[in-house]
Ligand binder design. Structure first.
Ligand SMILES: [Zn+2]
Length: 326
């Protein structure tokens, strides 16, 4: 009995060690397998999420457009959705699909066909939604190249904004109106609400600069789909006030809420430019539009390198580009 006890006594620690090893192995696997699965699924999620990120951003912009209550600075996306992401417009104001527009560009022989009649091609650089911290940077660049542009401004209080309005005028650019509040949900309720917003801006700018603005651009463009008032009625109102509205036939693409690179802005601006006798380029000088500022020198140099082409500000003589023709 004593011998048996001794054998059992020797065998037991060995069995216990094996048992311990098995338990530890099971425990480790129980932790490692779910962890591995989680990591794999996590990686897959982020890869998919990255791909859909841009689509989600676009969807959010579209949603904002329809809620029409986005705060200032988020409105630029609405401009895009209203006019340039969905449709582009020929100089005649006829909407063409983006695909058609691209095909047209590819078919254009050479990068710089001259206007058929040998006349001067005019390019208008226009900036919406300022003034902001970027307006001064843009004015510096324009001054450096001796170029005049057009600023469709919003109503901003404060000394630096007021200094920007004045600088725009003093340096020979065209000061034009966009909207005082830029709040779609308020301005597009009735003709009166639109009129109140615009005349508030007109008077405010007159008080600061002494300029009685006669040019404007509708937030979202005249082809916006958020206005609860028929746009034709607002256009009638502008006619009565002797105010001319301007849309655009080239979009820099900087209106989107998502990041857009300097190169993409440049490509968007220059792709269709050779097709038009007159180009009104839509850009934004809101505080978050840094790549627009960065793209500007190369854009100006590229346009100036085109034959028979000048960059000019909007004046009484400018033939407006309007998405809605009455
Ligand atoms: Zn705007």
């Amino acid at each position: 009995m004593a011998g048996t006890d001794t054998e059992e006594g020797r065998a037991r620690p060995g069995r216990i060690r094996r048992l311990k090893k098995s338990i530890i192995f099971i425990l480790v696997m129980a932790i490692l397998i779910p962890t591995g699965v989680c990591v794999t699924l996590g990686i897959r999620y982020y890869v998919t999420h990255g791909k859909t990120g841009e689509l989600q951003a676009q969807a959010q912009e579209t949603a904002r457009m329809y809620t029409a209550e986005a705060p200032d600075g988020d409105m630029e996306g609405a401009d895009t959705k209203a006019g340039d992401d969905t449709d582009r417009y020929t100089a005649d104001g006829v909407a063409v699909s983006k695909r058609d527009s691209r095909r047209g560009t590819e078919e254009t022989a050479g990068p710089d066909p001259l206007p058929a009649d040998g006349s001067i091609r005019k390019v208008y650089l226009t900036f919406d939604d300022g003034p902001s911290s970027n307006t001064g940077r843009i004015l510096d660049i324009l001054a450096e190249y001796g170029v005049k542009a057009t600023f469709f401004v919003v109503g901003m209080e404060g000394e630096s904004a007021q200094a920007s309005y004045k600088r725009i005028v003093e340096e020979g650019h065209t000061l034009a109106m966009h909207s005082y509040t830029h709040k779609f949900g308020e301005i597009y309720q009735t003709v009166d609400s639109y009129a109140q917003d615009l005349s508030r801006l007109q008077e405010y700018l007159y008080d600061i600069t002494g300029v009685w603005c006669r040019f404007c651009r509708f937030p979202g463009g005249s082809s916006n789909t958020v206005s609860r008032v028929e746009m034709g009625k607002l256009i009638d109102y502008l006619d009565e006030q002797d105010i001319t509205y301007f849309d655009w036939n080239i979009s820099s693409g900087d209106a989107t809420g998502a990041y857009i690179s300097e190169d993409a802005i440049l490509r968007n601006c220059l792709a269709d430019l050779p097709r038009y006798q007159e180009s009104i380029i839509l850009m934004h000088d809101a505080s978050n539009k840094n790549t627009t500022v960065q793209a500007l020198p190369a854009l100006i140099e590229s346009i100036q390198a085109m034959e028979n082409t000048v960059i000019v500000p909007i004046t009484e003589e400018t033939e407006p580009i309007q998405h809605i023709k009455k």
